[in-house]
Design a protein around this ligand. Structure first.
Ligand code: SF4
Length: 350
């Protein structure tokens, strides 16, 4: 297969599975990668504009009942109360970010009724656009209710589509149920978000199989790509951190394959990844985190405390790195959503 020919085709249409694998393999070397990245950028700019999006997250809003926990996980075992979630929404509104994701743990025996109740409460108390990344096995009825409540996106993430890697790293979770739930969300007509984790142990052919599984789901609107990060005290603490290069290469081939979904720098990545991400066809990051104060205390410790705002308010921490994310994207010639004046208008007047 001719590399240049495939790349030319990708400007107009998605590659097939064989072509996508060839591109991912070719992207190991920078000379080829730069051409693939350029094609991915052309597709992103045409489909979505040269716009970098900021969103926010509040977590954990639901406990994780997976046993044993995933081998890389440091998610807080303490959950925000509904009152704290409402308090957190106000803090999120003050940052001026228009989209909030309610994130929580997984429960394979739960049909999502608790999530519906929480969303009812949240929607009655905020004008923010609500997204969900919580892990029950939603019933069809509850997905319809979430759609009626006006939820923007609902998540079901596989992290890896390789069954052996899944079993080894997520022994208490179920790949089949994650796939089934992703399909059910898609079939209800809700927008779907679904995470791929780079560096968990998936091979290049797994990434391509995973992307083509997601491509079947026409309502996929958001692909977060996380970078494996070994945390002390977890069973995977000795595994090497995933390279930003692996994540960026995956981002570029994901853009060429999937075309229109937002592709976000997810957990394990941060503002310093923005330039490479923008070069590889990505377009989104979470810039505001509101979380239970014990949630991942080390997660932001490498970031410059003068340029991210970290405030403890009651039982919660607000991490706001919008300003640095915004400036890194603007320096690279991107418009940022929400625009700064919208963000400033929402900030409390002191
Ligand atoms: S399902 Fe999510 S929250 Fe639960 S143990 Fe796994 S990674 Fe952690």
């Amino acid at each position: 297969m001719d590399f240049e020919k495939i790349l030319g085709k990708c400007l107009e249409q998605s590659p097939n599975q064989e072509e996508a694998l060839l591109l991912l393999q070719a992207s190991r070397t920078p000379d080829k990668a730069i051409k693939i990245f350029a094609a991915a950028c052309e597709v992103r700019d045409r489909e979505l504009g040269r716009v970098f999006k900021l969103d926010s997250e509040i977590a954990p809003v639901a406990p994780c009942k997976i046993k044993p926990f995933c081998n890389y996980c440091t998610f807080s075992r303490e959950v925000l109360t509904p009152e704290e979630v409402l308090e957190g929404l106000k803090l999120a509104e003050e940052t001026g970010i228009a989209d909030i994701r309610l994130s929580g743990g997984s429960d394979l025996t739960n049909d999502g009724s608790d999530v519906v109740e929480l969303v009812r409460l949240v929607k009655a108390n905020t004008t923010l656009r609500v997204h969900l990344n919580i892990g029950p096995v939603y019933s069809k009825e509850n997905l319809v209710k979430l759609k009626e409540l006006g939820v923007i996106e609902v998540g079901s993430s596989l992290e890896t589509i390789n069954p052996e890697v899944f079993k080894r790293t997520k022994p208490g979770d179920s790949l089949d149920l994650r796939i089934e739930t992703a399909r059910a969300i898609n079939n209800t007509g809700l927008k779907l978000q679904s995470i791929i984790m780079a560096g968990l142990g998936s091979f290049e052919k797994d990434y391509i199989k995973h992307l083509f599984f997601l491509k079947e789901l026409k309502n996929l609107s958001h692909l977060p790509i996380s970078r494996f990060n070994p945390f002390k005290g977890t069973p995977m603490e000795n595994r090497r951190r995933a390279s930003p290069w692996e994540a960026a290469r995956l981002c570029s081939v994901a853009r060429l394959t999937l075309r229109t979904p937002d592709i976000r720098i997810a957990a394990g990545g941060g503002p310093d990844d923005i330039p490479l991400w923008l070069m590889a066809g990505g377009n989104r990051i979470t810039s505001v985190f509101i979380h239970q104060e014990k949630c991942e205390p080390e997660r932001f410790s490498g970031e410059n405390p003068l340029h991210i705002r970290r405030n403890f308010i009651k039982n919660m921490e607000v991490v706001d790195r919008s300003s640095i994310c915004r400036s890194f994207a603007e320096e690279a010639g991107f418009e940022v959503y929400p625009a700064q004046k919208q963000q400033q208008a929402a900030a409390p007047k002191i």
